[in-house]
Design a protein around this ligand. Structure first.
Ligand SMILES: NC(=O)c1ccc[n+]([C@@H]2O[C@H](COP(=O)([O-])OP(=O)(O)OC[C@H]3O[C@@H](n4cnc5c(N)ncnc54)[C@H](OP(=O)(O)O)[C@@H]3O)[C@@H](O)[C@H]2O)c1
Length: 331
C-alpha cells in the first residue's frame, strides 16, 4: 500500500529551536545506527520510519558507516525515501549524515582530512539518492589533522550546497569550543553537537553543555537510553532479539552488570511512580535541560518508538524526583 503521511503529524510533537539557529527540531529524533542495515528486516525499519514521520519526527540521523554492512543503512533509507517520501516531502525532512569512522580502506577512508570528508559526503548523497543532506557532521575529532582543515572541509560542503548545516560529534568541551570558533570565523556557524549522553554517561555535563549554551549551539544526545539499558529490556535477562544478544550489536552482554541492573530496577520503580516507562523517564530527564534540543533515540520496533514518544506527556520533574534519581545513579 502506498504510504500517505498522517494529516495530523504536526499536532502533538514538540519542536525546539536548535541553539540560536532558525532551525527547529522535534524533541525526539530517530537514529538509524542499528536496525536499518542489510542484516535487518527492511520492512520493519520502513514501518518505524513511516510511524516516526506520522508522529511528527522530522529528523532522521544517519552516518556513512551505519549498517552493518557499512553504508547499508543509508542505502535502505534511500530506498524508503524513494518509495515513501516523494519529492514534495523532502522539504519536511531533516536528514543528517556524518563522516569520521572507518568507511573504506586506505589512508583516505576515515578521520578528518578534507579528502575523506568531501569524498564521504559525496558517497552518502549517492547512497541515499539525495542532492543535499540537512546536517553534515564531523563524526569524531582527528588528532592528526589540523582542526582548521576539518572545519574548512565542512564549510566547503555547505558552500557546495551538499549540506545546509554543520554539526560536530564526540568532540570534548575544549575541542568543541575551538571548532565552533573556527566555523564561526568561516561564516558557517556550527548548528549542533552530538555527544553520547544519558543518565549513565554524563561526561557532557563537565563543560561541554556550558560551551554549547554559551555559543548558542544545539545539543542532540545520542544513545539516550544507553543502547537499551535505560528501559525495561534487560530486567529479566537478555532477550534473544535484543541488541546485547546480537553479534553485531554495539552493546555487549558484559556491560549489563549486577551493579547496573540494581540501578535499572530502582530507576524502573521510580518511573512507575511517575506513571512512565523507564525509557520515557530517561528521555524526559535529558530534555529537562533547555540546552538539549532533541534526544536521538534508536528503536527496533514501532512499539518501542511509540513508547518513547510517550515521554513527551510528562517532561516535568519535582526536585524530590531529581534527588531520588541522583541517589540511585550514585549508589
Ligand atoms: N555520533 C555518534 O558517535 C553516535 C554513536 C552511536 C549512536 N549515534 C546515533 O544515536 C542513535 C541512537 O543510538 P542508540 O540506538 O544507541 O539509542 P538508544 O535510544 O540509547 O538505544 C536504542 C535501543 O534501545 C532499545 N529500546 C529503545 N526504546 C525502547 C523501549 N521503549 N523499550 C525497550 N527497549 C527500547 C532498543 O534495543 P533493542 O534493539 O534491543 O530492541 C533500541 O535499539 C543512533 O541510531 C545514531 O543515529 C551516534
Amino acid at each position: 500500500m502506498a504510504y500517505v503521511p498522517s494529516s495530523d503529524r504536526y499536532d502533538s510533537m514538540k519542536y525546539n529551536r536548535c541553539g540560536n539557529s532558525g532551525l527547529q527540531l522535534p524533541a525526539i529524533s530517530l537514529g538509524l545506527w542499528h536496525n536499518f542495515g542489510s542484516v535487518d528486516v527492511f520492512e520493519n525499519g520502513r514501518a518505524i520510519v513511516r510511524r516516526a514521520f506520522d508522529r511528527g519526527i522530522t529528523h532522521f540521523d544517519l552516518a556513512n558507516n551505519y549498517g552493518p554492512v557499512p553504508g547499508s543503512a543509508e542505502e535502505n533509507f534511500g530506498i524508503m525515501l524513494a518509495k515513501d517520501f516523494p519529492g514534495y516531502l523532502r522539504d519536511e525532512l531533516i536528514i543528517s549524515s556524518k563522516a569520521g569512522y572507518l568507511m573504506w580502506p586506505g589512508p583516505y577512508g576515515e578521520w578528518g582530512s578534507r579528502k575523506y570528508l568531501i569524498s564521504s559526503c559525496n558517497q552518502s548523497l549517492k547512497r541515499m539518492g539525495l542532492d543535499y543532506v540537512d546536517i553534515f557532521y564531523s563524526h569524531r575529532p582527528d588528532p592528526n589533522t589540523p582542526l582548521e582543515e576539518t572545519m574548512m572541509a565542512l564549510d566547503t560542503i555547505v558552500r557546495q550546497g551538499k549540506a545546509l548545516y554543520i554539526g560536530l560529534s564526540n568532540y570534548d568541551a575544549v575541542q568543541a569550543k575551538k571548532a565552533i570558533e573556527i566555523l564561526k570565523s568561516l561564516g558557517t556557524p556550527c548548528l549542533i553537537h552530538q555527544p553520547k549522553y544519558s543518565m549513565f554517561v554524563r561526561d557532557a555535563e563537565a563543560g561541554l553543555l556550558d560551551v554549547l549554551g554559551e555559543y548558542g549551539v544545539g545539543c542532540i544526545p545520542f544513545s539516550p537510553l544507553a543502547q537499551g539499558l535505560l528501559t525495561d529490556r534487560y530486567l529479566k535477562g537478555i532477550p534473544e532479539d535484543s541488541r546485547a544478544a546480537k553479534s553485531w550489536g554495539f552493546l555487549k552482554a558484559g556491560e549489563i552488570t549486577e551493579e547496573k541492573l540494581h540501578k535499572i530496577i530502582d530507576l524502573n520503580d521510580l518511573a512507575k511512580k511517575r506513571g512512565q516507562s523507564l525509557a520515557q523517564m530517561a528521555l524526559a530527564w535529558l530534555l529537562k535541560d533547555r540546552r538539549v534540543t532533541t534526544v536521538l533515540i534508536g528503536a527496533s520496533s514501532v512499539q518501542q518508538l511509540d513508547n518513547n514518544l510517550g515521554a513527551l506527556d510528562n517532561l516535568a520533574f519535582t526536585s524530590e524526583e531529581l534527588a531520588a534519581i541522583e541517589k540511585i545513579l550514585r549508589s
